[in-house]
Design a protein around this ligand. Structure first.
Ligand SMILES: [Zn+2]
Length: 131
């Protein structure tokens, strides 16, 4: 006879939450999405072949913002979250678009802004919905 130590509800809760915490944000934010595939190509200052392409999916989520890699750019990047929410609102399954960075090039501590960051992102998004 095998006697197992009984787990307490709090033990199970704790273990479940540990598993949960890694995935919960995506599922709460996008409950109708089964999977997504995002390819971001980044062009401009500070971009090399090593950081030009970024790929995301449900297991490697993009987060709300994708950052600009221009070393002179402040507050740069764009909101992938708002693009995904708009696609879902319109039931879109695919989107190909080009976006300019939202940030500005400035002095080393960001006190003076010299010009708008001219880095560009080409995005390709595919969404798979839960039926
Ligand atoms: Zn930028």
């Amino acid at each position: 006879m095998v006697i197992r130590k009984r787990q307490k509800a709090s033990d199970i809760f704790r273990e479940t939450n540990l598993v949960f915490s890694e995935k919960v944000s995506f599922e709460v934010a996008f409950p109708t999405i089964k999977n997504l595939s995002v390819h971001v190509e980044h062009y401009g200052h500070g971009i090399t072949r090593w950081n030009k392409d970024r790929y995301y999916n449900k297991d490697n989520q993009p987060g709300e913002y994708i950052d600009c890699s221009n070393p002179l750019c402040y507050n740069g990047g764009f909101s992938i979250g708002s693009i995904l929410r708009e696609m879902i609102r319109n039931n879109e399954i695919e989107k190909i678009d080009s976006l300019l960075c939202d940030g500005n090039e400035g002095s080393p501590k960001g006190r003076r802004i010299y010009r708008k960051c001219m880095n560009m992102f080409k995005i390709r998004i595919k969404l798979e919905y839960i039926n």
